[in-house]
Design a protein around this ligand. Structure first.
Ligand SMILES: [Zn+2]
Length: 178
């Protein structure tokens, strides 16, 4: 599997056929899908106005990859900070006390997993991801409150009726210890 930056370059490369650039955008979304692939893809199609035929508006693909890039800009510094913390803990002889944060193992896909691909937050992806990570860091309990929109959760274990984010996403599992 090729990396996000390599695929993102292809999306932005106007010398490539629009269909190839669209495939590269799909690959990027596989690397970075905060809502899970299907809901993230649906969000991008709506937010960047991707036409049915990419040749009709290739710039839409660039708008979409820019939005994904902003998610990486939110998560990467935190991932690096976490890696630094882990190294220090190892030096201090503390091992295995901390579970992995959501971005650690799967390229931070599913941070705000939405089981219904057409029911997901409408705000920009990076805004939602930042909100989830901030609420996690503040110790908000994902059983009682939605980490994405902050609303009280009437039924634990179900997708948020307001924004569609499910508490079983990787983001919520981090503090759940699973
Ligand atoms: Zn919500």
């Amino acid at each position: 599997m090729t990396s996000f930056p390599a695929q993102a370059r292809r999306v932005r490369d106007s010398t490539l056929a629009p269909q190839r650039r669209l495939s590269a955008l799909r690959e990027c979304t596989q690397h970075c899908a905060p809502y899970g692939f299907r809901a993230t893809w649906h969000h991008l199609v709506v937010s960047a106005c991707i036409p049915r035929k990419p040749v009709d508006d290739p710039d839409a693909l660039v708008r979409a990859v820019d939005e994904l890039q902003r998610v990486r800009d939110v998560v990467l510094p935190r991932a690096h900070e976490y890696a630094r913390l882990r190294r220090r803990e190892k030096l201090d002889g503390q091992r295995g006390k901390r579970s992995s944060p959501p971005w650690y193992s799967l390229g931070w896909s599913d941070i705000a997993y939405c089981p219904d691909p057409e029911h997901h937050p409408t705000a920009p992806l990076d805004t939602v991801v930042r909100a989830v990570l901030d609420r996690q860091a503040a110790g908000v309990n994902s059983d009682t409150h939605c980490l994405a929109c902050g609303k009280e959760r009437p039924r634990p274990g179900r997708a948020c009726p307001t924004c569609g984010v499910h508490p079983a996403g990787l983001g919520a599992r981090w503090y759940g210890g699973g």
